[in-house]
Design a protein around this ligand. Structure first.
Ligand SMILES: Nc1ncnc2c1ncn2[C@@H]1O[C@H](COP(=O)(O)OP(=O)(O)OP(=O)(O)O)[C@@H](O)[C@H]1O
Ligand SMILES: [Mg+2]
Length: 323
């Protein structure tokens, strides 16, 4: 089956991800896919949580931290500014403290604590996670294309969702038990029901959001995760290892796309020895990929004559991928 057929036959898969090691073409394929889907008349958002600002490069437009920026008809691109989200968090905490205790200013010790907590890597993860959940839960688009960070990090992100989920589960349960206990005590004392438990409500809200997001990530009906691979020994090995790990997290692998394949017509031409060797090497690894992955290989994308940046190049690539 081709990439195009995969999309045509699974119209409910509206969360699209291209995963793979660094620099293999995730952003390129995300942009080309977004372009093609938008051209088909779907409303598409391609977004990135990568502070490396790669969508800004490929669309040649300043997108970072600006919300959903229109690119062309039906297509929007967004780069999440994690730092800004952390600052918003901090302000929210400050405001809560001021409101709660009636201070005029946040005491220095608390300010130090807020600053220290924001330096934690988990804080950035959580800010990014929250922003992604916001985007997805809103549901403004037909298709969401996640321009992912390199594999290891994407996996970390997925595992975070599971960890958050388990952690929230535990706390929610504890809280529910406590609430039952409190209700009982107040009944014995013939007091009226305890006030609505705000913490529990908050926890259930967070839990609902996490469930919504991680269930999307692992839902075969709604999500397609494609691996990007290139015909090179180490990349193939690493990709196979990663695919196994992803399976453990129930990420539904929709197939593989091979990138940077040297144009096959070169094989019949008189080319320098250097290129001849590279062609032979690639063809060996392409055979290896086809033998081990078979029908899961959905497309072979050629090495283009130049970097894929700007809409004209994106369109050219999209026509090859989906043409
Ligand atoms: N088929 C191709 N032909 C020519 N250039 C390509 C091709 N695919 C990708 N590139 C170029 O390779 C570079 C890396 O591609 P890209 O940014 O899509 O990789 P990535 O997997 O998103 O990287 P990162 O892991 O850093 O996010 C870019 O300059 C891109 O234009
Ligand atoms: Mg990228």
């Amino acid at each position: 089956m081709s990439l195009r057929e995969i999309f045509e036959q699974n119209p409910n898969r509206r969360y699209i991800m291209f995963g793979g090691k660094g620099g293999l073409g995730k952003t390129t394929f995300s942009a080309a896919t977004a372009f093609w889907l938008a051209q088909q008349g779907h409303k598409v958002l391609v977004f990135s949580v990568d502070p490396q600002a790669s969508l800004t490069d490929i669309f040649q437009k300043d997108i970072f931290g600006k919300g959903a920026v229109p690119i062309m008809q039906n297509l929007w691109a967004q780069e999440i500014d994690a730092d800004k989200h952390i600052k918003d968090y901090q302000n929210e905490i400050r405001k809560k403290i001021l409101d709660m205790y009636g201070f005029d200013a946040v005491p220095e010790e608390i300010e130090d604590y807020i600053q220290a907590a924001s330096a934690e890597p988990a804080m950035e993860e959580s800010a990014i996670f929250d922003a992604v959940v916001d985007i997805v839960v809103k549901g403004d688009y037909d298709y969401y294309i996640y321009d992912l960070v390199p594999l290891g990090h994407a996996l970390y992100y997925l595992s975070m969702a599971k960890v958050y989920d388990e952690w929230i589960n535990k706390i929610t349960k504890l809280r529910e038990e406590m609430r039952e206990y409190e209700t009982m005590v107040s009944r014995i004392k013939r007091e009226k029901e305890t006030d609505e438990d705000q913490i529990l409500t908050e926890l259930q809200y967070i839990k609902g959001r996490i469930n919504a997001s991680s269930s999307i990530l692992t839902d075969k009906e709604k999500t397609a995760f494609f691996f990007v691979v290139v015909p090179e020994e180490m990349i193939i090995l690493d990709t196979m290892k990663a695919a196994e790990l992803f399976q453990k997290f129930d990420v539904p692998t929709a197939g593989y796309v091979v990138n940077r394949v040297l144009p096959p017509e070169l094989r019949t031409q008189a080319v320098p020895a250097y290129l001849k060797n590279r062609l032979a090497m690639q063809s060996k690894y392409i055979d290896q990929i086809n033998n081990s992955l078979g029908k899961q290989v959905l497309a072979q994308v050629p090495e283009m004559e130049r970097d894929v940046t700007g809409l004209a190049m994106i369109e050219k690539l999209a026509n090859i991928m989906y043409g």
